[in-house]
Design a protein around this ligand. Structure first.
Ligand code: PLP
Ligand code: COI
Length: 340
């Protein structure tokens, strides 16, 4: 494939890479796995994923460093989270080693799709695992596929690092004791209708409140929240029904150990949101997207940082995190995995 790509103008969109990884689970074991060129999946018309949404996925990125190396950011945490998702969805687990082997093979084979350093684009890697064998009674599928695909992407939200406006949703994305804390495809199906409504009303995303009491902040459809207090503390919501974001866990570490900030990981009441001075969404796709205002049924909560640019604390977190990810700031031990 000729790589005539306008790296600076990519959106967050699917494109077909040269290679994808596939491994099949059958008769109680995963096969060795291989890279293939066919971008189409051939599965039973009665596959578990099609009938009962038995699927989980991950998202991580590969970056080109200033000196031309290709690195990934904490992929061991994505592997572990996929294993946790598999357990909860009765999908046969893959090992950390298998995940890493697939990642290494995939990114290496598609290395000319890893955007150049400084282009603002990255290679998004999407591992996913699903019931491919037929099942009609409600039960786990008899066969599964573990796949990994990749595509170069730009910013998740149009406008890149410009603050976004979001709204408080009347829908829930996850039930108490449900699947909010794993990366099940079904959680995202749950969020589509609410997401479409938010977009139609001119908002970039939804803020979901806790499904039990609707008094606490949970997360958005695809990212965790971070808040900054007047006295410069980083606060992130804690809940059993939100996804344990790799980005959020990394930012907490960066804030505390590199930037010397105080960090609180705790329940965040929706009623205290107006007291924060900065707000952002964090995730692999979102990186850190600043939130300028939150619309609560017509009532606006506007952050002091405004709608023009990132607030100063979030900017510092953003620069430090992306500096580590792109390889020009020293990373804590074990955070960077180089693809060789
Ligand atoms: N929350 C949800 C619902 C997500 O889909 C994601 C994306 O992966 C995140 C949070 C952020 O997680 P991470 O930082 O691991 O990408
Ligand atoms: C990611 O950030 O990798 C995600 O999976 C979020 C997704 C909604 C694009």
């Amino acid at each position: 494939m000729a790589k005539n790509i306008d790296w600076g103008n990519l959106g967050f969109e699917y494109s077909v890479a040269d290679y994808r990884y596939v491994s099949t689970w059958k008769d109680g074991a995963w096969d060795k796995g291989e890279l293939i060129t066919d971008p189409t999946v051939h599965i039973s018309e009665c596959a578990g994923v099609l009938q009962y949404s038995q699927s989980a996925f991950e998202g991580l990125k590969a970056y080109r460093t200033e000196d031309g190396r290709i690195v990934t950011f904490r992929p061991d945490l994505n592997a572990q989270r996929l294993i946790d998702s598999c357990k909860r969805l009765v999908i046969p687990e893959i090992s950390q080693e298998k995940f890493m082997d697939a990642l290494d093979q995939l990114v290496k084979a598609n290395s000319d799709l890893v955007p150049p350093y400084g282009s603002g684009a990255t290679l998004y890697v999407r591992p996913y695992i699903f019931g491919s064998g037929p099942v009609i009674g409600v039960a786990p599928a008899p066969e599964f596929q573990f796949r990994m695909i990749c595509m170069p992407v730009g910013p998740y939200f149009k406008g890149g690092a410009k603050p976004i406006a979001i709204k408080v949703s009347d829908f829930d994305r996850a039930a108490p004791h449900g699947t909010g804390n794993i990366k099940a495809g079904l959680n995202y199906a749950m969020s589509l209708y609410a997401g479409q409504q938010a977009h139609a009303e001119g908002f970039a995303e939804n803020m979901y409140l806790d499904p039990g009491t609707r008094t606490k902040v949970e997360e958005t459809g695809g990212a965790n929240f971070i808040f900054v207090t007047k006295d410069g503390k980083l606060v992130t919501p804690k809940s059993d029904s939100i996804l344990p974001s790799v980005t959020r866990r990394s930012l907490m570490y960066v804030a505390e150990h590199i930037l010397g900030m105080e960090v609180e990981h705790r329940e965040v009441l929706f009623s205290e949101v107006p007291d924060f001075v900065e707000c952002g969404l964090c995730g692999t796709a979102a990186v850190i997207s600043p939130v300028g205002k939150i619309n609560d049924h017509g009532k606006e909560i506007c952050f002091a940082s405004g709608m023009d640019e990132m607030g100063p604390v979030i900017k510092k977190l953003y620069d430090t995190l992306t500096g580590i990810q792109m390889g020009h700031l020293e990373a804590p031990e074990g955070w960077i995995h180089e693809i060789k």
